[in-house]
Structures are given as structure tokens and as C-alpha cells.
Design a protein around this ligand. Structure first.
Ligand SMILES: N[C@@H](CCC(=O)N[C@@H](CS)C(=O)NCC(=O)O)C(=O)O
Length: 220
């Protein structure tokens, strides 16, 4: 374990894109932790006291609680600086933070309804999925978002798809939810994005996280 940080507790559900982003940072930095399962709709008053916005994830060390995935990741970088996940160049740093924000908002919002219908409703609750919601998000909501992300890898900001930055990890995480929901990226339309997902998927620590989730879903 890196010097300067003892293990902590991560409260949250492993299928949350925000929880997975934090788990990715913990895995890449080889920080030990315990994952305590907390579902978004089932937070007791004791847990809610740790998260003023009533959301998962929450990181906890020695009774000190820190909510919000972006804040937790920034904290972990300070406590365990190696490997560095925030670029040192000021503009690259700011750009990476922007794409983390984009992933946490626009990408999560456009992909979550598909995941919710296919995994939460169909697989977990054994209810019928709302196919119109799935269709609309697959055909109308998600494609423009994928176009913007494709431009990130092949265009303006030229993010290195193999680089482990907070921006790249944040983008990777919601795509894992889409993958669980059976979504396949069309390589013809989004070749840069597809190559990015393959590259990060081949990272041993990230691949292990995804495999664990697949196994848990298969037994659900
Ligand atoms: N900005 C927050 C977002 C966290 C978030 O939205 N978590 C969802 C689960 S994926 C949640 O806890 N939702 C509960 C609610 O909104 O009531 C972060 O990065 O941690």
C-alpha cells in the first residue's frame, strides 16, 4: 500500500458509475479498502449524515467521511500521489477535470436510463423494460454525446486513450454500465472511442473490476 494512506471504507454500490470511478482510482493506486454496499434508494439516517447531498459514494477513514466521487478522487491523489492521475501541465489538468465533469453529468445522464431499464428493471427487479425509453436514448440521446467524446480522442483535445487520467477513468466508467446493458459501440461511427474502451478494458486492474461486476450480475 502507498505510504501516507491507510485503508478506508468506500460506501456505495459497485454498479454506480461514480462508485466505479473511485474504485478505479483506488485500484490503480493500489490502495486497500473495504466496499460497504449502500444502494441509492436505501440510505439510513446514520449514512445520510455522512452525505449532505444524499448520494453515494462516500469515502470514510477513522470515522471521517468524505462524499462525492470527484472530491474523493482528488483527495486520494493528494494522499497517494503515485501513479499521478491528474496531469501536471495546467491546461491538460483543467481539460481532464472538464472531461471528468462531462462524463459525470452528460454521459451518465444519457446512458443511465438504458442501464436502468435493461439491468435494474429487467434483470434485478424482473420487470418489463420500457422499450421506448431504451430506443429514445439509444437512437436520439446517446449518439450526439458519443460524437462529442469521439472528437475528444481524435480532435481538439487529443486525449491519449491509453493514459490513465481522471478524465479518461471518468469516461470509461459509464461505458461499463452500457456494456453491462448489452450496448456495443459502433466502430464505424466512433472508432476512437471504441479503441479507447478496448485499451482501458485491457488494463489489468480495471479489467478485474469489470469481471467482478459481470460475475455478480450473472449470479443475480
Ligand atoms: N456528483 C456525485 C453524484 C453521485 C450520484 O449521483 N450518485 C447516485 C448513484 S449512481 C446516487 O446516490 N443517487 C441517489 C439520489 O440521487 O437520491 C458524485 O460524483 O459522487
Amino acid at each position: 500500500m502507498p505510504e501516507g494512506i491507510r485503508g478506508g471504507i468506500l460506501h456505495g454500490a459497485s454498479l454506480s458509475p461514480f462508485v466505479r470511478k473511485v474504485r478505479a482510482v483506488l485500484a490503480v493506486k493500489s490502495i486497500d479498502y473495504e466496499l460497504v454496499n449502500v444502494m441509492p434508494g436505501a440510505m439510513d439516517p446514520q449514512f445520510l449524515a455522512k452525505t449532505p447531498l444524499s448520494k453515494i459514494p462516500v469515502w470514510e477513514e477513522d470515522g471521517w467521511a468524505l462524499p462525492d466521487s470527484s472530491v474523493i478522487c482528488a483527495y486520494l491523489e493528494r494522499r497517494a500521489p503515485s501513479p499521478a492521475l491528474y496531469p501536471s501541465d495546467a491546461r491538460a489538468f483543467a481539460t481532464s477535470l472538464f472531461w471528468e465533469e462531462y462524463a459525470d453529468t452528460r454521459l451518465v445522464e444519457s446512458g443511465t436510463p438504458i442501464f436502468f431499464q435493461r439491468i435494474v428493471r429487467e434483470r434485478i427487479f424482473k420487470e418489463r423494460a420500457d422499450e421506448e425509453i431504451v430506443r429514445r436514448h439509444l437512437e436520439e440521446v446517446l449518439p450526439p454525446v458519443l460524437d462529442q467524446l469521439e472528437a475528444l480522442f481524435v480532435g481538439r483535445d487529443r486525449a491519449d486513450p491509453a493514459e490513465l487520467t481522471i478524465g479518461n477513468l471518468a469516461i470509461w466508467s459509464p461505458f461499463v454500465n452500457l456494456d453491462h446493458a448489452g450496448f456495443e459501440l459502433d466502430r464505424t461511427n466512433w472508432p476512437g472511442l471504441a479503441a479507447f474502451m478496448e485499451t482501458l478494458g485491457a488494463h489489468p486492474a480495471l479489467g478485474k473490476l469489470v469481471e467482478e461486476e459481470r460475475a455478480a450480475l450473472a449470479s443475480s
